[in-house]
Ligand binder design. Structure first.
Ligand SMILES: C[S@@+](CC[C@H](N)C(=O)[O-])C[C@H]1O[C@@H](n2cnc3c(N)ncnc32)[C@H](O)[C@@H]1O
Length: 317
């Protein structure tokens, strides 16, 4: 498979008109990577997202968290450049930040609809519905989905057991604080573990998931690593249970090449995939694809169109 991350480093783009950067930085950015230390230093000191990436926190929930809250405002010009970068070639203006925000809304609504159907079809003696949110960060999807369900008022939220499994302490701390201030104590929980390690996340036959979420997790994995990840989680899931994957599409790099090129050059090992690559990799595992989608809608017709993220609903065969 093409490694689009490595590929984009080798490409050159013209940053001459990107006036958020001083002229010497524009010149450096326009050269083939990797960047020299002086350029890296400038980027680090002038952009919070760049700083996180250089410090090795690229896949951290901190970046997602700030984007979901529209928190770029006030961060400074360079972060605003990242947030607002990109122009959808075809139907709508697209920024990486907007795509992430849309991803949160679209996936949460999908999960809310899914849970509502499952709730209506449940047996009376059924146990709580277990959601394994792998790499949940601070639980953004849990809070958003439960807010949607709460406003609809159709299901007893106590039926849901939303387990946020996360390796990063800061995300868990932030999520736990948020939980205490929310109406969802006893519904959402946070557990610190590495879900890919048996020692850290041992199998428990009484605690298998009815729905597993892998949102923003395989974006930086190769096809092989992604397949491996999908297989590793199988022992933690019930037979016939569901999986929702959301991952970065190759369209993201096509729409925002200058922005992604800087991030990748600074060390973010993103591996965006085509739709076919994602479908094929899932087909190599025990998960059968039920549905695929994206976070983007055509502004005029409302129809779903390819976006910066590919969503897949799989069922364990
Ligand atoms: C890009 S963030 C996505 C967070 C959340 N799913 C979202 O989309 O808002 C990826 C998260 O996965 C966590 N993570 C990555 N690998 C993990 C692992 N093996 N075990 C537990 N957490 C992991 C990271 O710490 C980070 O918080």
């Amino acid at each position: 498979m093409v490694n689009r991350g490595t590929e984009i480093i080798g490409k050159t783009f013209d940053y001459t008109n990107e006036d958020v950067f001083p002229v010497w930085v524009r010149t450096e950015l326009s050269k083939p990577g990797p960047y020299n230390d002086k350029t890296k230093q400038w980027l680090m000191e002038n952009g919070l997202v760049f700083c996180e990436v250089v410090l090795g926190n690229s896949a951290s929930d901190r970046i997602c968290r700030a984007m979901y809250s529209g928190g770029f405002l006030g961060w400074g010009d360079v972060d605003n450049w990242i947030g607002n970068r990109g122009q959808g070639a075809i139907r709508e203006a697209v920024s990486a930040m907007q795509a992430l925000i849309n991803r949160l809304e679209v996936c949460s609504k999908w999960i809310a609809d899914f849970l509502t159907t499952k709730y209506r079809n449940r047996q009376n003696d059924e146990k709580r519905f277990v959601i394994k949110d792998l790499g949940a960060g601070c639980g953004s999807y849990a809070f958003r989905t439960l807010d949607i369900l709460r406003s609809r008022g159709e299901i007893d939220l106590n039926w849901i057991d939303w387990q946020c499994l996360e390796i990063a302490e800061d995300a868990i701390c932030y999520g736990t604080k948020r939980l205490k201030e929310s109406p969802y104590e006893g519904i959402i929980s946070f557990n610190k573990c590495n879900f890919l390690s048996q020692d850290s996340y041992p199998e428990n036959p009484d605690e298998r998931g009815d729905l597993t979420l892998l949102i923003g997790i395989i974006c930086a994995m190769s096809v092989e690593q992604s397949e491996n990840c999908l297989q590793k989680i199988v022992p933690h899931t019930k037979e016939g249970s569901s999986l929702l994957i959301t991952t970065l599409s190759s369209l993201a790099f096509e729409e925002n090449p200058k922005m992604f090129r800087v991030l990748v050059n600074l060390g973010w090992g993103l591996q965006p995939k085509t739709y076919d690559e994602v479908v094929n990799l899932v087909n190599e595992t025990d998960w059968a694809i039920k549905w695929t989608g994206s976070e983007r809608r055509d502004l005029r017709t409302g129809a779903e169109i390819p976006g910066e993220y590919i969503m897949v609903h799989g069922v364990l065969q």
